[in-house]
Design a protein around this ligand. Structure first.
Ligand SMILES: [Zn+2]
Length: 415
């Protein structure tokens, strides 16, 4: 049996002000730290105890335990049993002035393109929004980027931003960080009475298909993760909270079409690697952005590497996936299409894949593109130049985010 504790960061002491928020905090951190342990392949605990600070009846407790087991099973493929244990809460005399105001809407803000656009659109839609930035102690360079962006984007629009500190990210990528961020937003909602949380990631990232069977893909905002977080959070809060994903039918190019300003875009950071504090140009997130930049004739100068001119496994598998997806869908493996089919995102990925070929075509006209891509491009264009033409026109028309997109409850069968 193993127990994980929340970070002892002094800025996070406010969570102990309420037994409910402290409970959310311990559940969020336990799952996040368990994933770190699983990734390191240290001995993976079969059972994990999680401290809670509120009275829950046995039925609700067992529902939460089952949901925690399922999200770990779905995302990390490990079968871990959870046990919630009621503990007394330590009294604190701390005051938390930052959260003394009411806000109906919280928007997660990470300093990427999606959340930068998302928070502005949210303000436009609801008139008021509180930004939440979850910082990991070991990703200081990103924290600086976020505060630079705050000055440029949030301050002029009078959008408040609060920062919470999560346990260190450590090496590698966290699949369950979306779970952590959603529960952290629920913690904030305990203090400002928010009734909705906006998660503005674009659809092609939310539903990212696997390009190879062993690929680790981003589950950050995958509906399984968000839905589990929503359900667990609601059981603890004892009320409903809407989780809104306004951009879940947007490709990256479509999102960038709503910003289209290099002076802002170059300040945003979407890279999977937090190491450099700049966009690497080689990961899926960076590649999707670079495709958008090419399509909208924006700058590629602020990426560390120009992926189109070098060999890159990620781009190569992405381009090959797009070719098969658009022309030979029946040959694409089930594990690759799973997310797209389950959540009916076929049209979104038609557009995502066409965007890739439009970018390659534009680049090839300027003659800087790796040989591998030019062969695939030539083969595609032979019989599909009409499709590219239509899609190009479609990109030019501005599409607005849909705030009616809400995370559905999956695992409805959990008793
Ligand atoms: Zn990157």
């Amino acid at each position: 049996m193993e127990t994980f504790y929340g970070s002892s960061d002094r800025f996070m002491k406010f969570v102990t002000l309420s037994p409910v928020s402290n409970t959310l905090y311990f559940i969020a951190n336990s799952l996040f730290m368990l994933e770190k342990k699983i990734k390191l392949e240290e001995d993976i605990p079969e059972k994990v105890e999680v401290d809670i600070f509120i009275d829950l009846d046995d039925e609700i407790k067992s529902k939460i335990e089952t949901l925690m087991n399922l999200v770990v099973l779905d995302v990390l493929c490990e079968d871990v049993e959870f046990k919630l244990i009621k503990k007394p809460i330590k009294k604190t005399r701390l005051k938390f002035d930052e959260l003394s105001e009411e806000h109906e809407t919280i928007c997660l803000f990470s300093g990427g393109i999606d959340s930068t656009l998302g928070i502005s659109k949210t303000k436009e839609k609801y008139g008021d929004v509180l930004g939440l930035f979850v910082s990991h102690g070991d990703l200081g360079k990103i924290t600086k980027k976020v505060y630079d962006l705050k000055k440029i984007i949030l301050d002029p629009e009078e959008i408040d931003l609060i920062k919470m500190i999560a346990p260190a990210m450590g090496k590698g990528y966290s699949q369950l960080r979306g779970f952590l961020y959603t529960l952290y937003a629920m913690i904030v909602s305990c203090f400002c009475n928010a009734k909705r949380i906006i998660i503005s990631e674009c659809g092609s990232t939310m539903y990212q298909p696997k390009f190879a069977p062993m690929d680790t893909i981003t589950y950050t905002t995958n509906p399984y993760v968000l839905s589990s977080a929503k359900k667990i959070g609601e059981l603890i809060l004892g009320r409903e909270v809407d989780i809104v994903t306004p951009f879940e039918d947007f490709t990256k190019t479509e999102m960038m079409n709503l910003i289209k300003d290099d002076s802002i875009l170059s300040e945003t950071h979407s890279c999977i690697s937090g190491r450099w504090g700049i966009n690497c140009g080689r990961c899926y997130a960076c590649i999707a952005r670079m495709i958008g930049s090419v399509n909208l004739e924006l700058s590629l100068d602020y990426f560390k590497f120009n992926t189109f001119e070098e060999e890159n496994n990620m781009l190569s598998s992405f381009v090959n996936f797009c070719f098969d997806y658009l022309l030979f869908k029946e040959n694409v493996d089930y594990w690759s299409l799973k997310n797209i089919e389950i959540f009916n995102k076929e049209n979104l990925f038609d557009r995502t894949c066409l965007d890739v070929f439009i970018a390659l075509k534009k680049l090839s006209n300027q003659r800087n593109i790796d040989m591998e891509y030019s062969i695939i491009l030539e083969e595609f264009v032979k019989s599909n130049s009409d499709r590219l033409g239509l899609r190009k026109k479609e990109i030019e028309t501005t599409k607005e985010p849909d705030f009616e997109n809400k995370v559905r409850k999956l695992h409805e069968d959990v008793k």
